[in-house]
Design a protein around this ligand. Sequence first.
Ligand code: 5GP
Length: 222
Amino acid sequence: MNFLEERIVRDGVVKEGNVLKVDSFLNHQMDIQLLDQMGAEFRRRFDGKPINKILTIEASGIGIACIAAQHFHVPVVFAKKSQSINLDGEMYVAEVESFTHKCINHVIVGKKFLAPEDHVLIIDDFLANGCALQGLIQIVQSAGAVVEGIGIAIEKGFQPGGRIIRNLGFQLESLAIVDGMDASTGHIDFRPQSGEDQRKSDKTAEHVFKPEECVCRSSTLD
Ligand code: 5GP
């Protein structure tokens, strides 16, 4: 087990409904030393990529992205979530369904913070159905910028997001991939951690995308 998997086993709580709570160290109270180790690991996994910006989404991605950015020496942009759009100025907007809150949010980034010359690393805390990520990818692509890679703290491998994103051809690096969890026993199964193994498992099942799994549409607002 790697450092993050060990921490999930120690302090994570498996809830009914396929929800893993990691709020004592990752996305409510934050263990900054752990976040720093995660940042170093993202840096190692994306070594050689010409990343000049990190993009994440509020709120839980921000802390992870900021600590990671210290290893890349690049700025962080976070997409804002809003159920109504009343921000000023020019912005990119994608519609994203929230896994945890079961509602539709607009995900918004000001046009002045993403440009065609940007090479972007997307970072987030969880990957489940992939809706949040697809919204962020669409925003980067609307800006004409390049997605150099995607770094996720915890991927729930039994949900389709990871397969969808890897099948789209992106370098997706998840520091821990949970392949199964049981709320009654608290048991968590992790997928083996080399990149090779992650990709092998992804090819075992071709995912057929069902529109009801998530809602991700993008547009631009002037
Ligand atoms: P997706 O868009 O991939 O379906 O879900 C990703 C988002 O939902 C993440 O940004 C994360 O905030 C939230 N999320 C999904 N699954 C979980 C979970 O098991 N636990 C927690 N704490 N958040 C989750």
